[in-house]
Every structure is written in C-alpha cells, then in structure tokens.
Write a protein that binds this ligand. Structure first.
Ligand code: PRP
Ligand code: ADE
Length: 183
C-alpha cells in the first residue's frame, strides 16, 4: 500500500491549505492549521507517524516550532521522551548550535548539551521538508552530542525542492515523508 492509498493520509493532505506569497513574494506557503484544527485528522497523522517509527528509537527530537506540534504527541504515543531543538536564545542551559539557511531566510538552531546520550537513537521530527536546511542542521546537532539519527519523519515534503536529496547526501537512510506536494 502506498501512502496515497491510506484514506487517513488523503484526508490530511486535503486539509493543507496553500497561501500564495507568504511570508515573501514567490513562496507557496503550506498551512497546516486546518489539519491541526480537525481532531480526527490530526489524530490520524500521529497514528500514521507512530506506525512508521523505528522500533529502536529511544527519544523523539522535534524542531521549533512546528516540529513540536507533531513531535510531542508522537513521543507520548511511542512512550518516549521529547527533546526540543530550539531557535537561538531560548534554551537556558549549555547548548551546541548550528546555523542554517531557510527557503526564506537564515537562522540558527540549538540543543541542550545534556539532552542526548551517545547511545540514543533519535527519531527526528518536523512538519515540513523544503530545502532540507533545518533538518540537516538538526541532524548535525544530534550528532554533535554523539547520538544517532535513526529516522527523520516529516508530515509534508515539498517535492521538487532539494531537501530529500540533500538529506540522503548527508547520510540519512530512513526518511519518512507522509505527504508529498509538488512545489
Ligand atoms: O527544509 P527547510 O527549507 O529548512 O524548511 C522547513 C522548515 O521551515 C519551517 O520552519 P520555520 O523556520 O519557518 O519555523 P516555524 O516552524 O517556527 O514556523 C518548517 O516548519 C520547517 O522547520
Ligand atoms: N513553502 C513552505 N510552506 C510552509 N512552511 C515552509 N517552510 C519552508 N518552506 C515552507
């Protein structure tokens, strides 16, 4: 069965709204808020993510801020702890940081240095994969702490953007993207 044969995935995909020229001219913004507002569809998305999670995952890491929306319920569903990867200046303890480029800008991400152990197998979660810059930086943060990325999950992949290829070139072997949208 492909993902598009799963009525749960089809319904979720139909609840993603496209907003033209947000936040900058030329960007087709994929807005997940209609999906989040539908409790059945939102619950289905977490179910499908949990069904695809690797059995050896020891912790879920989610990327601020939309990665938190999917990463925290997924962690609870899997019975795992959650580690936030945050934008700069937000985490109070000692951190490691990585800078990265976005489809519409450039910024940094950080993780607490004591958040992961070298034997952790991380399930890394975000809402959307576009250029891949966010998840590449996040993977580097996990690896800077000596842990391993067991799998990356995103709800939405912008097909035609370089994200998938750049993550694969970076050594990602397990990438689950629930919904692909031609960009
Ligand atoms: O693959 P990329 O080109 O890196 O783009 C994907 C990232 O962009 C968005 O986050 P954004 O930085 O807009 O922050 P937000 O989640 O706080 O809205 C999205 O939630 C992903 O994290
Ligand atoms: N086109 C897009 N829509 C929503 N979030 C994004 N993050 C990066 N690109 C995006």
């Amino acid at each position: 069965m492909t993902m598009s044969d799963d009525h749960r995935v089809t319904r979720a995909a139909n609840l993603i709204r496209t907003v033209l020229d947000f936040p900058k001219p030329g960007i087709r913004f994929r807005d997940i808020t209609p999906l989040l507002g539908d409790v059945d569809a939102f619950g289905d998305v977490i179910d499908v993510m949990a069904e695809h999670a690797p059995a050896n995952a020891s912790v879920v890491c989610g990327v601020e801020s939309r990665g938190f929306i999917f990463g925290t319920p997924l962690a609870l569903r899997l019975g795992l702890g959650f580690v936030p990867i945050r934008k700069p200046g937000k985490l109070p303890g000692a951190v490691v940081e990585q800078s990265y480029d976005l489809e519409y800008g450039s910024t940094m991400l950080a993780i607490h240095t004591d958040a992961l152990h070298p034997d952790d197998n991380v399930l890394l979660v975000d809402d959307l994969l576009a250029t891949g810059g966010t998840l590449q930086a996040s993977k580097r943060l996990v690896e800077q702490l000596g842990a391993t990325v067991a799998q990356i999950q995103v709800v939405l992949e912008l097909v035609g953007q370089p994200g998938r290829d750049s993550l694969i070139a970076d050594g990602v072997q397990d990438l689950f993207a629930m919904i692909g949208i031609e960009d």
